[in-house]
Design a protein around this ligand. Sequence first.
Ligand SMILES: NC(=O)c1ccc[n+]([C@@H]2O[C@H](COP(=O)([O-])OP(=O)(O)OC[C@H]3O[C@@H](n4cnc5c(N)ncnc54)[C@H](O)[C@@H]3O)[C@@H](O)[C@H]2O)c1
Length: 371
Amino acid sequence: MAGIKVFTSVWVSNPKEKTMKFFITGGAGFIGSHLAERLSAEGHAVTVLDDLSTGSLKDMKALAGHPQFKFVEGSILDKDLVRLHTGTCDRVIHLAAAVGVRRILKEPLASLKVNVDGSGIVLNACAEFGRPILLASTSEVYGKNEADSLCEDSDSILGSSSIERWSYATAKKLDEFLGLAYHATRGIPVTITRFFNIVGPRQSSRYGMVLPAFVRSALANEPIRVFGDGRQTRNFTYVDDCIEALMRLLKNPKAAGQLFNVGGLEEISILELAERVKVATHSSSSIVTVPYDQAYPEGGFEDMRRRVPCICKIEALTGWTPTNSLSAIIEKTIRFERSRTCDEPRSYRAPVQAPNILPSLAAQGVNYLRA
Ligand SMILES: NC(=O)c1ccc[n+]([C@@H]2O[C@H](COP(=O)([O-])OP(=O)(O)OC[C@H]3O[C@@H](n4cnc5c(N)ncnc54)[C@H](O)[C@@H]3O)[C@@H](O)[C@H]2O)c1
């Protein structure tokens, strides 16, 4: 590759020998906050950039007082801000995105801008400064492909452009192409992960996140609402397993330039999931099916029947397989929802104002910067 500057990954295998500076976009979100905690616990410096549209500073509480942790409120659409923090870190983890079916349907243009333009800005900054990047994609890119086992090179079968639901998968697929093109043409180590329904503590029950929604309804003895006929299936992955997969990929230079599925092994129909949640919570809830046109009256929705991952590739490279069974995932989610003291679930809000929690977090020592 004459004329191409190749940046090699500088991760060392024993994090105690050398620590690094990570820049996590979307790090106040569900997956990002867990990852920030894990990296900080291993002694790395972490800077999070988040506009708090679906993320929450409350989920950063465990990082309060950590001298090497910094939170920056701002958007990945702010090129200067992204350049500033990319230029001063060792590695970038790009998780920021407009997520959740409801947000995508409600704000199609703004969502596309974040998911396409925002990722372009982050990748461009990585190319400028030669920073390795791990980029989050989604199993949604497989669309309506109902294969028994979806491999990374399986086809994407996406629905019509007039159905807005597919804009999220299309944007993420474009991010993948961009990432691979930056790797091929600029030599940037780009690793891409396709997540399959990651679940666990701190996940919002709004915007189509099914397991926390079922658990909350069951604990309140309210009807558990199953969209469609409930025979669509999914494979759930516990967040700790997801973080372990990310850590292994981050530590492996051979992951650069490649895509990896990160998904659980047990396939379950959504109706059966509702039943298992009901039994496990000893709930008196009824289980009701809700036609899609009632669940999403704004239109623009179409479901996929199944989405089963093949995880051979990540397993062969890193030895990773998920360790939490579906029963354990359900149990842990129930335990978390029961212990949740304070609040309403995180939900999308326009990213305009710092939340009230800031003074208390600042007092606890969270390094907070507003862009
Ligand atoms: N959780 C899953 O099951 C799942 C599945 C597939 C893919 N993913 C991907 O993983 C990543 C993390 O998802 P998550 O489940 O933690 O969702 P999340 O909503 O909890 O996290 C996304 C974070 O990005 C932030 N954000 C949104 N727009 C931003 C902007 N313009 N600038 C800065 N920050 C912004 C949000 O405030 C939030 O904190 C996303 O890229 C998502 O597409 C997640």
